[in-house]
Design a protein around this ligand. Structure first.
Ligand SMILES: Nc1nc2c(c(=O)[nH]1)N[C@H]1C(S)=C(S)[C@@H](COP(=O)(O)OP(=O)(O)OC[C@H]3O[C@@H](n4cnc5c(=O)[nH]c(N)nc54)[C@H](O)[C@@H]3O)O[C@H]1N2
Ligand SMILES: Nc1nc2c(c(=O)[nH]1)N[C@H]1C(S)=C(S)[C@@H](COP(=O)(O)OP(=O)(O)OC[C@H]3O[C@@H](n4cnc5c(=O)[nH]c(N)nc54)[C@H](O)[C@@H]3O)O[C@H]1N2
Ligand code: SF4
Ligand SMILES: [Mo]
Length: 692
């Protein structure tokens, strides 16, 4: 028997991060055996990080959901699809539109997310549909839409390599987007300088030519300080400012205030003046310069201000619309860009067409063939949780697809109170997550290897997933579940599709930036970047080359003042807590903690604490400590290190046994509604137990 001839190699895209690397799933007898490199797609050229390398290991986990579950007397019992659908249809039919909340999934495909918002808007008639982008880059979408006219990453992963200077701020690129990290290294090999601003000396910091060691929550001060020094020295790009932007005078007035002199900024941020001056000079003088940012910038009550500030700096130095330059927010989940593009946000349909705009509403009604569609304002995720917890009875029903807020939302005690107030909840999942435990009905979904579909990476590149194996047991692809449910609720005609490509064709019709795409064109490795307005258009690598996407084509400078985080330290809670990730694990761990090679590397969480702070508290490395905030308390091993700024501590939020989000603050940015995951006040106590 020739074993090799029985193997199938199915080309697909990684289900983890927004980089969008491709690989082959190696399949035999309806089982995924492993992953092999696929060299042709341009982003990763066959290379993978450890999560991609082991992205097959959770697929056949014994914990995969394989049957619908219905809760009876507080206990889940297996049910048939028919029983589950009928129960859902009956209960969904009993609530008013304003009583629903829907969460889409940045883990699911474009097709599935598009159908989720369509289901919310025409079957449930609610605009309360949102997803984890709220917790992630909602500040980016708000700020960049306002100042550039488009909320997306301006440049491409490949052209970062052509930069002469890379300013990485609040993005641990080497751990969280490793194959973008590789491009930074390639740029550096060709002579580019890397500047890195972060409260922690992460693996990314270790690759930098200049490390700016800052306190959490001081980014606007830092950015204004850099602009102060640039303008003071006359290094700004006057031609770009004059021909492409407006609002410069106001920006200048703000940043030239004495408050943003290098001396005062150094005091606020904790960064030495000499480093600030060097960074400003490198950014202004080494064109093209690209700025890369992620959660260190966005997850603040001033997230929108932070992003506007970043945009100010790149416009000031004329670094927009050229190869190797740009404002580059690195989107997190594999399909968070797509879930936003598909309209899984309360205020927009697909392609960011405004719900409040009469013409867009009529267009969607016509396209979907319906008389009635949701009207009025919908809730964001963070608002849903607040309304649920504080105004019981206002929202009664939650429909979630692939999200785990019971570990990922801020202030878990608050989330628990919210989920306990729900009358009826449906969770569509691949595992029984901490959140699914609260549901009345759990629907088993197919994972990425078990369905066809598309997803859109951080640089707006739409790529294919291809089905390699069947889903476990009775599990079905999310898109099919939504269609079957819609049919039972009387909307069969609007949800009748032969397959995923037919759904995509409707997406292309509904969404101007996707107009020119179809499955045939997306067969090409690496496929197409939006905007792709017609079938002959090659896609767009760089945005805003000649004009911005604003109405008058000009980029808008914003005058932004620094403000401290919502919660600052005091004698009772003297340390700043910041939270985030590690390279081995994915968010709430549902997938990576079920992957043998990843789980065996990092078994549980930890709190990073500076060795001087540890000495003051008499804490040893690996000792179990108690970390408390105004909202809760956890026990967690200490990691005593020089690599974090004194006065700061860091906890990854992957681990349910020591969940960082019991501590975090649910204060949000007033515009984007993003929570302040990156700064709250805590104290640490010794409890005198060593970890084995
Ligand atoms: N391995 C792995 N990779 C992932 C993920 C994962 O869970 N695991 N998640 C994906 C997702 S959804 C996302 S959104 C991205 C997130 O990617 P990143 O944003 O790169 O990851 P984080 O660890 O959240 O935060 C980045 C850095 O911000 C720093 N930071 C904290 N506070 C501040 C501050 O106030 N200012 C500045 N300048 N920096 C600060 C932290 O020390 C941290 O090093 O990663 C994606 N990639
Ligand atoms: N403290 C702190 N908290 C944070 C952050 C932080 O930096 N600090 N970051 C925030 C950010 S940026 C993000 S993006 C969020 C992420 O928050 P979540 O999106 O809630 O986290 P995930 O663990 O990725 O949850 C995805 C769920 O989808 C399921 N799933 C996977 N594939 C599929 C599929 O094909 N179909 C279906 N139906 N389900 C599927 C997984 O099992 C998992 O339970 O966390 C936020 N929370
Ligand atoms: S960098 Fe991101 S997309 Fe690439 S293999 Fe790693 S997790 Fe997957
Ligand atoms: Mo994210």
């Amino acid at each position: 028997m020739n074993l090799v001839s029985e193997l199938k190699f199915v080309p697909t895209t990684c289900p983890y991060c927004g980089t969008g690397c491709s690989f082959y799933l190696v399949v035999r007898d309806n089982k995924v055996l492993g992953i092999e490199p696929w060299h042709t797609p341009p982003i990763n050229e066959g290379k993978l990080c450890q999560k991609g390398r082991y992205a097959h290991q959770f697929i056949h986990s014994k914990d995969r959901l394989s049957n619908p579950l219905v809760k009876r007397n507080g206990v889940f019992e297996e049910a048939t699809w028919d029983e589950a659908y009928r129960l859902i249809a009956k209960r969904f039919g009993s609530f008013r539109p304003e009583e629903f909340g829907c969460l889409a999934s940045a883990k699911a495909s474009n097709e599935e997310n598009y159908l989720m918002q369509k289901f919310a808007r025409i079957v449930l008639k609610t605009n309360s549909v949102d997803h984890c982008a709220r917790l992630c880059h909602s500040s980016t979408v708000s700020a960049l839409s306002e100042v550039f006219g488009s909320g997306a990453m301006t440049n491409s992963i490949l052209d970062l390599q052509e930069s002469n200077c890379l300013f990485v701020i609040g993005s641990n690129t080497f751990e969280q987007h490793p194959l973008i990290g590789r491009r930074l290294m390639l740029a550096r090999k060709m002579g580019a300088k890397i500047i890195y601003a972060d409260p922690r000396r992460t693996p990314t910091a270790r690759q930098a030519d200049l490390y700016l060691s800052m306190y959490s929550g001081t980014d606007v001060a830092l950015l204004n300080g850099l602009m102060h020094h640039i303008i003071e020295n006359g290094w700004e790009d006057r031609e770009f400012i004059e021909s492409r932007t407006k609002g410069f005078d106001l920006l200048k007035k703000t940043v030239m205030n004495e408050r943003y002199s290098l001396k005062s900024v150094s005091r606020l941020t904790g960064i030495p003046e000499i480093d600030l001056a060097k960074a400003a000079e490198w950014i202004a003088k080494s064109k093209p310069c690209a700025l890369i940012y992620s959660m260190g910038i966005t997850q603040h009550t001033v997230g929108v201000d932070n992003v506007k500030s970043v945009a100010n700096l790149m416009m000031l130095t004329g670094n927009i619309g050229k190869r190797g330059s740009g404002v580059n927010p690195l989107r997190g989940q594999n399909n968070v860009q797509g879930a936003c593009d598909m309209g899984c946000l309360p205020d927009v349909y697909s392609g960011y067409q405004k719900v409040a705009d009469e013409d867009s509403r009529e267009k969607m009604k016509l396209l979907w063939g319906v008389e009635e569609i949701a009207i009025g304002k919908g809730y964001t995720v963070t608002e849903m949780m607040n309304v649920l917890a504080n105004e019981p009875g206002k929202i009664k029903c939650l429909y979630l697809m692939g999200e785990n807020p019971m570990l990922s939302d801020p202030d878990l005690n608050h989330v628990r109170a919210a989920l306990e107030n729900i009358e009826f909840m449906v969770s569509q999942e691949i595992f029984l997550s901490e959140t699914a435990e609260f549901a009345d009905v759990v629907l088993p979904a197919a994972c990425y290897a078990e369905k066809d579909g598309t997803h859109t990476n951080t640089e707006r590149r739409v790529q294919r997933w291809r089905k390699a194996v069947d889903p476990p047991g009775m599990a079905k692809p999310d898109w099919l579940i939504i269609c079957e449910m819609a049919r039972l609720m009387g909307y069969g005609k609007c949800f009748s599709y032969k397959d995923e490509s037919e759904i995509f064709d409707e997406i292309a019709r509904a969404t101007p930036s996707y107009h020119g795409m179809n499955y045939k064109r997306l067969e090409h490795p690496g496929a197409l970047q939006w905007p792709c307005p017609d079938e002959n258009h090659p896609g767009t690598q760089i945005l805003h080359e000649k004009r911005f996407a604003t109405k008058d084509g000009l980029g808008v400078f914003s005058a932004v003042e620094w403000q401290p985080p919502a919660e600052v330290t005091d004698p009772e809670y003297p340390l700043i807590l910041t939270t985030g990730r590690c390279i081995w694990h994915w968010h709430t761990g549902t997938m990576t903690r079920r992957s043998k090679n990843l789980d065996s590397e990092v078994k549980t969480g930890w709190v990073e604490i500076n060795s001087r702070d540890a000495r003051d508290l008499n804490i040893d490395d690996r000792e179990l400590v108690r970390v408390s905030s105004r909202r809760g308390s956890i026990e967690i091993p200490a990691m005593v290190t020089e690599e974090i700024k004194q006065g700061e501590v860091f906890i990854p939020f992957h681990f349910k046994e020591c969940p960082a989000n019991l501590l975090t603050n649910d204060a949000v940015d007033s515009i984007a509604k993003i929570p302040e995951y990156k700064a709250c006040a805590v104290r640490i106590e010794k409890i005198g137990v060593m970890r084995e």
